[in-house]
Design a protein around this ligand. Sequence first.
Ligand code: ADP
Ligand code: ASP
Ligand code: MG
Length: 429
Amino acid sequence: MGLKVYKFGGASIKDADGFKNVKQIVQAAKHNKLLIVVSAMGKTTNALQEVVRDHFNPEKDSFSSLSTIKKDHLDTLNSLIPNSDKWQTELLDTFVEIDWMLEDEPHEDFDFEYDQIVSVGEQVSSKMLNALLQVSGMQSTWLDARDVILTDNTYREAKVQWEETEKRIKEKTSQLFEKADIIVTQGFIGASSENFTTTLGREGSDFSASIFSYCLDAEGMYIWKDVPGVLTGDPRLFDNVTKLNNLSYREAVEMTYYGAKVIHPKTIKPIQNKSIPLHVKSFLNPEGEGTVINNTETTAYPPIVVFEHNQTLLRIRTRDFSFVAEEHLKEIFELIADHRIKIKMMKNTAVSFLISIDNDETRIINLLEKLQKSFNVTQEKDLEVLTIRHYNQEIIDSMTKERIILFEEKLPNTIQMVVKPIPTMKIKD
Ligand code: ADP
Ligand code: ASP
Ligand code: MG
């Protein structure tokens, strides 16, 4: 039997019961070689992000927000493995890295400081899972992902150096698999060639699992979620969604690229390259079939709806009423790339260029400052990008009933629109 890669996200290990459930899933796997990638517990990454923000704000006490996170982890560990001095010390030693950073003045580069602090979430959760598997009698060992995933130093969005990463993953895991049959490692994190911790972008643990699967030629990759599989829409937004039993890599790439939050968009490509099947399964119902993503030829898909919220539309016009020409676009795109902004939709009209981007306040302010030197720019916030794959008129009508369409683009399989939700009017009685 080959090797399998399992990925458990924050929702699956949000508390002690979650960890126990994960242990049962691992126990049931009865697999001779298993590599497990874990995210931080529950909403820990958001909480650590607040610690970083507080550290940069002289009016805030970052130690107090950190102490809640520490307590949460220690309480969970205590309830999993009572009175374990060894593992408690191990956790506290890991958190000490944050204490040191908070005692110092904040680093001049926010993104650098962010990665050093936020990455601790994955380190502690993976140590806790490894501890639990070991005390339950399993042959498990811990791998520091930073020893194998080599990246550049684009903090908060580091790029993987594939060749060296592949070499290191192969070497290190083959050593570890000589003594253990389960390796527990972290999602989301890597390290630069100077040995500083980097992160791969929010929600990046799915991508980490894909990196390990690719480099180890895994027989299958399994991501365990709080949903039965990939659905025709986000169940938090719609009631009448159904499970897709089988998806092609192509379809999964399209869905996640347009913003389907169930899988990180960078996950699919590496495993597609090696035809590794990706199973999306429910940790609440491990026996369920889930969704299989592979090279299927299936083409008969039902309509699939994806919403990208929190969008800002920029209307960019030339100052001299001239048409928006290629040299303008060149300047605009260069500025957008420099500010690491991602365009979700765009449209070129005679006198303006429209782009819909994520509403990242700081990045937009910096971009506008530069853009306004050459262009007139207006912005409109609180918009959505709505994408419907395999659309029909009925689904378009039902999705746009309470929305104003600002602009749209229709391709044979995909319709995309930038829309503005109509605030629900209160009718006086
Ligand atoms: P993880 O714990 O692995 O980080 P996420 O919370 O990132 O998991 O992803 C799972 C969530 O994705 C689900 O709870 C669901 O609300 C959301 N989601 C959005 N779109 C879809 C979809 N098309 N199918 C299934 N889940 C979806
Ligand atoms: N813990 C990280 C985050 O919340 C990575 C992940 O969960 O995928 O963004
Ligand atoms: Mg996630």
